[in-house]
Design a protein around this ligand. Structure first.
Ligand SMILES: [Zn+2]
Length: 166
């Protein structure tokens, strides 16, 4: 997910050149172009008793801040399966996955430019346990959401979700 410095084919140091109207990382030795693309991630707006399930981030970036249960897609993993997996890893919960809330550009994550796909979900489990990269689980009334939500895309997804339910 980091920007490559060297050519994956021949190891030479990459240089930035303008190509197709975009600055591209090109290899001056073999001509290979190192395309850098956004990274897809999936999250859920999951409710339980009308409250929103959020997780507190255990690790940087933005450790200690709240987010939707979410994570990066594995290679070959369909988005809906990713949503179910991330929920299980971060909250231990089984969920019923609903429809799409929206697709967002994650431009405030220092690791990469993410494309966040957000689904709605309903909690099926009685209990949740924070795990993986979540240190704590919080249930929040939509009128009293935490102020320190980690990512703009998550705030936008919550707003879009609310437009569809109220
Ligand atoms: Zn090269």
């Amino acid at each position: 997910m980091t920007i490559p410095r060297c050519c994956a084919r021949c190891g030479a140091r990459l240089r930035t050149r303008r190509l197709d109207g975009h600055p591209r990382l090109c290899c001056p030795a073999c001509g290979r172009v190192a395309y850098v693309n956004p990274t897809p991630a999936v999250g859920v707006v999951m409710t339980s008793g009308g409250k929103l399930v959020m997780v507190r981030r255990r690790f940087a970036p933005k450790a200690g801040r709240w987010s939707l249960p979410a994570g990066f897609m594995e290679y070959g993993e369909p988005p809906r399966r990713c949503a179910i997996r991330e929920c299980r890893e971060e909250t231990g919960a089984r969920i019923r996955l609903g429809g799409l809330v929206g697709v967002y550009s994650g431009d405030d994550d220092p690791r990469c430019h993410a494309v966040l796909i957000v689904y709605r979900a309903e909690l099926l489990s009685r209990r949740m346990t924070a795990g993986d990269d979540a240190s704590e689980i919080g249930l929040f009334a939509f009128s009293r959401l935490p102020r320190d939500i980690a990512f703009r895309a998550h705030r936008q997804a919550i707003r879009d979700y609310l437009k569809t339910v109220f």
